[in-house]
Write a protein that binds this ligand. Structure first.
Ligand code: GDP
Length: 480
């Protein structure tokens, strides 16, 4: 063939579809990257060029700390004090976030938004997706217990984000007799926390979540830190937000708590989040009141979804046409990613097979009893939780457990109580069920027992992680 012919041919013969190109790349052991820039999607609203002219927005705060140091108690006390007495019977619903007013006599109305999804794990899960929604972390340290492993983990997390995330230390349980607050402060200093007490810039507040002592000071301190961060955002226009939690409500259908970072959410707005979409029907506050609009730095329960969105996913708005087009593109991309994953898995098992054949040919000693071949051992889990935020958090926390010999694979996840089909599924994949803060009906428990399916049950994430770790360790080959 003449050179000219070849060139002519190449101009049209080698146009590959993204799908085909990805599979070819995989055949040659290259990792394909799907560059979605060119494809149409909905983009967040452009940031105003003149940021300083934007109105201020409330800070978004996450309370973190070691287990049992009092995070839940503190949040409960803050939440119940946020609802004026008599308003909706003074009862607040857990929707994943709530706002607390900051006393500001004579000044404009100010609030602080607290996230109450299980602190640490939810924060990590969102961060893993590149969504950094927290402006300020309140690190709770119990005065009677001091610095513990998870206290250090929180400090590490904050350090990574230190130019964006503000830190406030709350020394809790100061109502307990005989506690020595200064000992805790010195220990924090030794960890490198530059407390204000010692001339640094990290404020420290002494509180009791139980009695409410020090909470007004905590609120005020958070507000001051936020003021220094000078948080601003568009109060009007298209929204950019994140799903904190989602669940199917008997009356309202699929609902999601959406934290708005920019723009204003109003009833009737078209929404897209991951592969879910809808039109805002009702906006509700944690106190159950209907809202006409939700602005940046606040969260509300949103109904009107056609599908249940996932916690941690971005929420954007657009016209019906834009949303339809973006959904089609996202579905195509998801299909492509699934195809690539399957192909990668096939490649991986082929490689493992080859290695096994080679090592056997080389007369390698037989593999130890419980690890046959070079295949990585998997603890297969079906994760069930009470709300999607916790399910995401649990999955995020357990997948990191293990090493190159044995690890965790979440084969399915869902919201709601453990069902018989979960047991069947676990049995089919020779896995286990994780039940986080959900009920296991008696017949399902009986079925699991008769099928030999183990159920790991807990409502404490760290205890659950320990259980999972133990089961992963059990998969490791015995060394004799
Ligand atoms: P979390 O695991 O960090 O969410 O901790 P919890 O809020 O569940 O609290 C753990 C235990 O400490 C519970 O028994 C609480 O009643 C108790 N507790 C929490 N805050 C205080 C406090 O300020 N003072 C006292 N004395 N006990 C507290």
């Amino acid at each position: 063939m003449k050179r000219m012919d070849m060139q002519e041919q190449s101009s049209y013969d080698y146009m590959l579809t993204a799908e085909y190109a990805s599979l070819v790349a995989l055949e040659f052991n290259r990792n394909p990257v799907i560059n979605d820039e060119a494809a149409f999607d909905i983009y967040p609203p452009p940031t105003a060029a003149d940021r300083d002219s934007l109105p201020p927005r409330p800070p978004v705060v996450t309370i973190m700390g070691h287990v049992d140091h009092g995070k839940t108690t503190l949040l409960d006390t803050l939440r119940s004090s946020s609802v004026a007495k008599g308003e909706a019977g003074g009862i607040t619903q857990h929707i994943g976030a709530f706002s607390v007013p900051v006393p500001n006599p004579g000044g404009e109305k100010r609030t602080i938004t607290f996230l109450d999804t299980p602190g640490h794990a939810a924060f990590s899960a969102m961060r893993a997706r590149g969504a950094s929604v927290t402006d300020i972390v309140v690190l709770v340290v119990a005065a009677d217990d001091g610095i513990m492993p998870q206290t250090k983990e929180v400090l590490e997390l904050v350090k990574k984000d230190s130019n964006k995330v503000g830190l406030v230390v709350a020394i809790n349980k100061v109502d307990k007799p005989g506690v020595d607050v200064s000992k805790i402060e010195t220990a924090l200093l030794a960890e490198g926390v530059q407390l204000e007490t010692f001339g640094g810039d990290v404020p420290v507040v002494h509180v009791s979540g139980l009695t409410g002592q020090g909470l007004p000071t905590l609120v005020e301190t958070i507000s001051l830190v936020a003021e220094m961060q000078d948080l601003r955002a568009e109060q009007k226009g298209p929204i950019h937000g994140y799903v904190l939690e989602s669940r199917v409500d008997k009356g309202l259908g699929p609902t999601a708590t959406v934290l708005i970072l920019r723009g204003q959410l109003t009833p009737g707005m078209g929404l897209i989040s991951g592969l879910a979409h809808g039109k805002v029907r009702l906006l509700k506050s944690p106190a159950g009141e209907s809202l006409k609009a939700v602005g940046p730095g606040t969260a509300a329960l949103v109904s009107g979804w056609k599908e249940l969105p996932k916690a941690g996913d971005e929420v954007l708005t657009g016209t019906d046409g834009e949303i339809k087009k973006a959904l089609a593109n996202r579905a195509r991309k998801a299909d492509l990613e699934a195809t690539i994953q399957d192909a990668e898995a096939i490649n991986e098992s082929r490689r493992a097979e080859r290695e096994l054949v080679q090592s056997e040919a080389a007369g390698a000693p037989a593999a130890p009893t419980r690890a046959t071949g070079t295949e990585k051992k998997e603890l297969r889990l079906i994760v069930k939780g009470d709300v999607s935020g916790t399910v995401e958090a649990v999955c995020g926390a357990v997948v990191g457990i293990g090493n190159h010999i044995a690890g965790v694979k979440v084969v399915a996840q869902g919201v709601g109580e453990v069902s018989e089909s979960d047991v069947m599924r676990a049995k089919a994949v020779e896995g286990m069920i994780v039940a986080f803060s959900v009920n296991i009906p008696r017949p399902v428990k009986a079925m699991a027992a008769s099928q030999g399916v183990k159920i790991l049950e807990s409502n404490i994430i760290y205890a659950l992680m320990d259980e999972v770790k133990k089961n992963v360790i059990d998969l490791l080959p015995t060394t004799t």
